[in-house]
Write a protein that binds this ligand. Structure first.
Ligand code: HSE
Length: 317
């Protein structure tokens, strides 16, 4: 019995939507869970990099905490139906770069959960899977798009339930993901955030998030240029991502650029633009970072619309 689930990368926050906006991107991890036949062998977790991927940003390893979050997610699912997991071999085939603000943790949590859910005969519905994944990850803005795909506005309510709504990303707008060659853990990136923010900053973001939703719904470039700003997390994280301020400044005068934001907790950066002059936009980011001795992998990607998918079901094999 062996189940594989392919889970997309995600980018969270997207400017004003701290902890509530997220989008799936077509870079994938594949998580396979196999029930082993030998009793007493326990849980084994292996991580391998996809050999077809030549991207030198892919790491040679996945940190131990990534392993334990898969286990925690799988265990919570088993516990929710009164069982405990045993004799499982979990393999992560990794294409999503780690600790770059692209949802690699969310992808393994979601992949482990969905594969285990299939093995168990689907006891958990989408609502339950979203809650368990968010409980392990801590916030829903990566796990929700990883499960359902697309661009989502998502919230964890007081009773733990996750609500989300999908927004349609305008075809006319390009998403350029710029991935630097260093890691930044989400824990460190969250540790620099204040416990409280000034009221004017909260109001600033509330306005921008409203503008963001209306901008994508109406394909309104003027509104989007205003919307892609933030005062809740980016100003505090600037010091952890050297070059971000310069990149934002250098792109500011490019007519086709609608905005430049941190991807999730960083250090990757997203540039939202028209689909014109993409080469120029990519070279501005590349040159600005190279001046600071930072190598960068840059990909212009579409939104991944589908989210996590079971890609083989060998239950009966
Ligand atoms: N919203 C989260 C943050 C995403 O910015 O910390 C990272 O997991």
């Amino acid at each position: 019995m062996k189940i594989s689930v392919k889970v997309p990368a995600t980018t969270a926050n997207i400017g004003p939507g701290f902890d509530c906006l997220g989008m799936a991107l077509p870079i994938y991890n594949t998580i396979t869970i196999e029930e082993t036949v030998l009793p007493g062998t326990g849980i084994e977790i292996n991580v391998i990099n996809d050999e077809n991927v030549t991207n030198d940003l892919i790491l040679e390893h996945v940190p131990q905490d990534e392993n334990s979050i898969i286990y925690k997610a799988v265990e919570l699912l088993y516990n929710s139906i009164g069982q405990t997991p045993s004799e499982l071999k979990i393999t992560v085939q990794s294409q999503i770069p780690i600790a770059r603000g692209l949802g690699s943790s969310a992808s393994v949590i979601v992949g482990g959960l969905l594969a285990a859910n299939e093995l168990l005969g689907k006891p958990a519905d989408e609502v339950a899977l979203l809650s368990i994944a968010t409980e392990v990850e801590g916030h829903p803005d990566n796990v929700t798009p990883a499960i359902v795909g697309g661009l989502v506005l998502t919230s964890q309510e007081d009773d733990g339930r996750i609500v989300y709504t999908k927004l349609d990303w305008p075809e006319e707008w390009a998403i350029t993901v710029c991935i630097p060659d260093y890691e930044l853990s989400t824990d460190i990136s969250r540790s620099v955030l204040p416990k409280e923010v000034p009221m004017p900053d909260a109001v600033f973001n509330a306005k921008r998030l409203g503008m963001f939703v209306q901008a994508v719904n109406k394909k309104d470039e003027i509104l989007m240029r205003l919307a892609l700003q933030d005062k809740l997390h980016q100003p505090y994280r600037m010091k952890l991502v050297p070059g971000l301020d310069k990149i934002i400044e250098n792109l500011k005068h490019e007519e086709d650029v609608l905005g430049c934001v941190l991807s999730g907790a960083g250090p990757s950066i997203l540039v939202i633009s028209r689909k014109n002059n993409l080469d120029k936009i990519r070279s501005i980011v590349k040159e600005t970072w190279e001046d600071l001795n930072v190598k960068v992998d840059i990909k212009t990607l579409p939104v991944e619309p589908l989210g996590a998918m079971v890609i083989n079901d060998e239950k009966n094999s």
